[in-house]
Structure formats: structure tokens, C-alpha cells
Design a protein around this ligand. Structure first.
Ligand code: EPU
Length: 416
């Protein structure tokens, strides 16, 4: 298991360029299952999760060629197997995103059921109930979801809760269904909108993109196309927090602030000014940061994927801040680790109280999941002495060459 060794408190300055969005790239890669032909995808981040997804697509019979950094051709000459095996799904829960396009295009799929993960149990019942409502038969057998439908029929789906990958799976099935599908309470995340943008470019007819009501006219004829993935709002938010933590001398390129409006508003309440000029984001930090109250919510609310990183910034604010996590039941695993570094954070159920103004001092900690790991890197960079972060595989799933990019800013971070 690899680790990061960080000697903190170095002066950080320079530019960070945000890569393509992991959570847009993953469903978009899966959409290549839907229609034969040659796709060209650009701005794909070089991440372990992307590698896992490409391996799964290869297993299904698609051919993949890397044309340049962040760019891939995907050739679909026909899907060769309908099964996504345990090993490939276990490596990454987002592999479950192949079930929608397989069911849509092949009317059949056999996909290993994703297990729970560190941040919560993360069931897929909303996905499966929606497929059933479209006429699919769903059987769970020996840890696999078997789905098949003689015809998949458009229908009206009311998701009981907002689900990002559930919405994506359903949209990918519905574009090839017979008739119109309406999805109420659809996820509005920019990654869902990006997938819908690709599908429409392929010939699908989706309206209401970016709203919580999607209307999809089922079309049989879809075609391969070229597509550039949006930039990663979570990576951008993580870097904005890093800049705020280190005096605002880090500037951020290739970010879309319109995808981060509530996040930017919350930073403003803390006293941090985040502004875009000439496609560069600059951060202005006051002497003292204010404490705030934050609640995570589905988009456009405050993203759960930036909650751990924000906690590090709040640990440096004046007074007591409160965070309520409403999306995942167990997304406070980073709290114990941050407390090991000298933060004082108390958790009760879904709420955390962060007692600010605490000096962080290096210690050995472990990344329990991707965003928790990112928070520990931020903390390590501002802590005194040396911080060792174990299990950084989680971090590499979502941040491309993080250590290298931080070193270019002056950070002392190496792999151990
Ligand atoms: N839920 C159900 N039943 C379902 C689906 C979801 O009860 O069938 C619940 C979940 O347990 C959770 C809530 O609904 O409490 C929201 O889950 P959602 O389905 O939206 O999460 P997801 O699609 O599995 C995606 C991202 C996550 C991100 C969440 C929330 C991808 C590949 N993953 O997960 O990203 O945190 O949406 O925004 O898009 C990350 O990048 O670090 C990450 C975890």
C-alpha cells in the first residue's frame, strides 16, 4: 500500500489546471456501449477509476486506443458479452453504470451487484425499481443482477430520492426504449447534464437537461460521435480550498465556477473571495476566516464530495462551524484522522461541529475514501512537521498525479 509523505508549511504558489470530470467521464465512457461506431472522447482524466472502466469496456468487447494524453478512441463493433463480472465491479462501484446501456441496447445484462463502501451502504434499489417500471425483469442471483426485457417501454419514473448514477443509468436505458420516458426528481448534477449532452449528440432526444424533470423520447438509431468532457468541479473546489488555506497564491485554470455557485457562496460567508478573470480563478483570503453552517445537498446544493475538504478550512476559522451531511450516512471517516492531526471536530449522527483556530501538527493517518484522502492531503500541507497518509490508492482514484502537481507549486510531498 502506497503512502504520501508530506512536509507541511511550505509556501505554495503557481497555477493548477483542473482536469476532466471523473464522474462525467465514467458514464460517458459507458454510453459507447449504446451504438456501434467509433467514438473520440477528450479531456478524460488519467485516473485509476477511468482505467477500471476502460478494462470493463474491453471485457464487454469494445476496443480502446489512446490517441494522446486524455484522449481515447473507443470502437464499438458489437458487444461480445452481457456480463460485468465481480472483479471489475468490486474494483469500482461506478461499473454498475454499464447496466443501463446494456439493457437499453441489448435488452439484457448480467452485472455484479455493487457492495457497500466506506461512505455508506449505497444501494441500487432506485435503479432497479425504475428498470422494472420500464418492463424489465430483474432477478438477483448469486450476487448478480440479471436484467432483461423483451421490449423496454417508456414510462414515468418518480425517483424516491435523488440519485446521480441512478438517473444516468435510467437515461441510458430510456434513450433506446419504446416511447417517452419521464424522470421526475432526476439528479441535476452537471455530470448528468454532460452525459445527456453526449447522448443528444448521438441522436437521442432528451429535454429538460439540468432540471429535475427529464423527458426522453426513445430513439432506436443512435450513432457514435466525438465529445469533450467537462472539467471536474470537485477537483476545482478542492484546489480552491487549497489556495484559501495557503494564502491565495495558487491560481486555478480550466474550472467552471458556474458549477460551484453554492460552494463559492459559502466560502464568501467565510470571508474568502473567489473570482474568475480571464479564465483564471483567483482567491483572496482575509486574515481571519469566519465560521459557518453548511448542509450537503444534491446539486445545486453544497456537494458532499467537497465536505471533507471544507472541514479542513473550517478547522482554521474562528469559532464553531457546523456541517450536516445529508447524502451519505457514513461520510465523516476523515474526522478521526483530522483530529489526529490536531483538529477538534465532534460528530453526532449526521452533524459535525468543527472548533476552529486549531494548529495542525503532522502525524500518521489513513485515507478511508477518495475525498477523505484529499482532505488529509490539504491538512498535511498546512500542518507542521511531517504527515504520512496511508492508503493513497483511494486518492489516486480521483485526482490525477496529485503529488506531482502539488510539487510543481512548491509542496514537499513524495510517495513512500
Ligand atoms: N440511494 C439509494 N438507492 C439507490 C441509489 C441511491 O438509497 O438506488 C441513496 C444513496 O445511498 C445515497 C443517496 O441516495 O444516500 C445519493 O446517492 P447517489 O446514487 O446519488 O450516489 P452515486 O450515484 O452512487 C455519485 C458520485 C459520488 C457522489 C454522489 C453524490 C459517481 C460515479 N459517483 O454517486 O461521487 O458523492 O453521486 O453526489 O458519479 C466521489 O467522486 O468521491 C463520489 C463518491
Amino acid at each position: 500500500m502506497a503512502k504520501y509523505i508530506i512536509k507541511g508549511k511550505k509556501q505554495l504558489a503557481g497555477e493548477l489546471e483542473v482536469k476532466g470530470a471523473k464522474n462525467a467521464a465514467l458514464p460517458i465512457l459507458c454510453a459507447a456501449i449504446l451504438a456501434k461506431g467509433r467514438y473520440h472522447f477528450s479531456n478524460i482524466p488519467e485516473l485509476k477509476d477511468v482505467e477500471n472502466m476502460l478494462n470493463l469496456l474491453r471485457h464487454l468487447g469494445l476496443k480502446i486506443e489512446k490517441t494522446a494524453p486524455h484522449s481515447y478512441y473507443i470502437l464499438n463493433e458489437g458487444v461480445k458479452t452481457l456480463e460485468a463480472p465481480y472483479d471489475l465491479v468490486k474494483a469500482m462501484r461506478a461499473s454498475f453504470l454499464v447496466i443501463g446501456p446494456l439493457l437499453g441496447s441489448q435488452k439484457e445484462a448480467r452485472v455484479s451487484m455493487p457492495g457497500g463502501c466506506a461512505i455508506g451502504s449505497r444501494p441500487v434499489n432506485f435503479h432497479l425499481q425504475a428498470f422494472e417500471k420500464m418492463g424489465a425483469k430483474i432477478v438477483i442471483d448469486h450476487g448478480f443482477v440479471l436484467a432483461n426485457a423483451e421490449t423496454l417501454n417508456g414510462t414515468e419514473i418518480n425517483f424516491p430520492g435523488v440519485t446521480v448514477t441512478g438517473t444516468e443509468n435510467l437515461v441510458m436505458a430510456a434513450v433506446m426504449a419504446k416511447g417517452k420516458t419521464i424522470i421526475n426528481n432526476a439528479a441535476r448534477e452537471p455530470e448528468v447534464a454532460d452525459l445527456c449532452g453526449l447522448l443528444n449528440k448521438m441522436g437521442a432526444k432528451i429535454t429538460g437537461i439540468g432540471s429535475d424533470r427529464l423527458e426522453i423520447d426513445g430513439t432506436v438509431e443512435l450513432r457514435a460521435c466525438d465529445y469533450e468532457i467537462i472539467s471536474d468541479r470537485v477537483e476545482a473546489g478542492t484546489f480552491i480550498i487549497l489556495s484559501a488555506l495557503t494564502g491565495g497564491k495558487i491560481e486555478i485554470k480550466n474550472a467552471r465556477l458556474q458549477h460551484l455557485s453554492v460552494f463559492v457562496k459559502k466560502l464568501k460567508e467565510m470571508g474568502v473571495d473567489v473570482a474568475e478573470k480571464n479564465k483564471t480563478i483567483k482567491i483572496n483570503v482575509p486574515e481571519k476566516l469566519n465560521s459557518i453552517r453548511v448542509q450537503t445537498e444534491p446539486y445545486p446544493g453544497f456537494p458532499t464530495d467537497l465536505q471533507p475538504q471544507l472541514m479542513v478550512l473550517l478547522s482554521q476559522a474562528e469559532g464553531e462551524s457546523a456541517i450536516e451531511e445529508t447524502i451519505f450516512e457514513n461520510r465523516f471517516m476523515h474526522v478521526q484522522e483530522l483530529n489526529r492531526l490536531g483538529a477538534r471536530i465532534q460528530v453526532e449522527g449526521h452533524r459535525a461541529v468543527v472548533y476552529g483556530g486549531k494548529k495542525l501538527i503532522g502525524a500518521e493517518v489513513k485515507a478511508t475514501d477518495l475525498r477523505a484522502g484529499a482532505a488529509l492531503v490539504l491538512a498535511g500541507l498546512i500542518a507542521e512537521n511531517t504527515t504520512v497518509i496511508n492508503e493513497i490508492e483511494h486518492i489516486e482514484r480521483g485526482y490525477e498525479d496529485l503529488a506531482g502537481r502539488l510539487r510543481a507549486l512548491g509542496a514537499d510531498i513524495c510517495l513512500g
